[in-house]
Design a protein around this ligand. Structure first.
Ligand code: DHB
Ligand code: FE
Length: 288
């Protein structure tokens, strides 16, 4: 049977992708941020999964106000990195895992979560920047990501957005789905976006270190309590784009302890301000 071995949580931020692509990672502004991911790159090499189930949000790239799925699962064989206005990032095509993705769609929809099935979609910085941060930059001779990725897009852009509670429960359903897949795959689940940031209006530039760190504490120790946080608190305390953090609860809900298993081991925790307009948070939790 397939097994979820670990969950990874990280902010995205388009400027991080640009810093990597333009060779700026050792500049004084960026160096402390990338240093926080040195551990993660080595950890990923040592713990390479067969598949990554990657929860992220599309930023009006593949979807627009014309069509707004709350939860969308990618069942395609591949996804192109999107052109977000300054050309495609020079990163590999993302290969999917249609067989596992179709199984998850079947199982999760039968567990009463309504997923939108997506067979063609470009993926934006919400998905490619976390891959770059944790997997590193694929070398030219071997220009591919280390493993297939199942993209799972969540609407956190246009209200109404899903609650933390629904995200945690969805994560539990995803775990049941993955662990009922009849092949011995090592699967990681990633939750991305956040931490505190607001990109527009009078509060643009808002960062809330105290709230962010309390969020990281609860992500580790008490996701059931964290799931009760209303979305208005995310917006008030972490800014209008801080709501991206509800997506972390999907990955957290897929860990063994939410179904009575042992608490996860914290392999890595990192927090840094600033990266562009954002506070960056990062966790790696391993199932024991
Ligand atoms: C920024 C952060 C984001 O999460 C995003 O999607 C776009 C921009 C920023 O900090 O600039
Ligand atoms: Fe974002």
């Amino acid at each position: 049977m397939a097994k979820i071995t670990a969950s990874v949580y990280t902010s995205h931020v388009p400027a991080i992708g640009a810093a990597i692509d333009l060779g700026k990672t050792t500049e004084p502004y960026w160096q402390p941020l990338f240093k926080g991911y040195d551990f993660s790159k080595q950890w990923f090499k040592d713990n390479k999964p067969d598949v990554i189930f990657l929860v992220y949000n599309d930023h009006a790239t593949a979807f627009s106000l014309e069509m707004i799925p709350t939860f969308a699962i990618g069942t395609a064989a591949e996804y192109q990195p999107a052109d977000e206005g300054w050309g495609h990032r020079p990163v590999p095509t993302v290969k999917g895992h249609p067989e596992l993705a179709a199984h998850i769609a079947q199982s999760v929809i039968q567990q009463d979560f309504d997923l939108t099935i997506v067979n063609k979609m470009d993926v934006d910085h919400g998905l490619t920047v976390p891959l770059s941060l944790v997997c590193g930059t694929p070398d030219k001779a071997h220009f591919e990501w280390p493993c297939p990725v199942i993209p799972f897009a969540v609407n956190v852009v246009q209200y109404p957005v899903p609650s933390g509670r629904r995200c945690l429960e969805l994560g539990k359903a995803i775990r049941r789905a993955i662990e009922s897949f009849d092949k011995p795959l090592n699967v990681q689940i990633w939750g991305t976006g956040g931490m505190s940031h607001q990109l527009q209006g009078p509060r643009a530039g808002l960062i809330n270190k105290e709230w962010d760190n309390a969020f990281l504490d609860e992500m580790i120790a008490d996701p059931e309590h964290l799931a009760n946080k209303p979305h208005i608190e995310y917006v008030r305390e972490a800014g209008s784009e801080g709501i991206e953090l509800v997506m972390w609860l999907i990955a957290r809900g897929a860990m063994a302890d939410t179904a009575g298993g042992p608490a996860p081991k914290v392999a890595h925790r990192f927090y840094h301000v600033p990266a562009s307009n954002t506070a960056v948070g990062h966790l790696i939790l391993e199932n024991q």
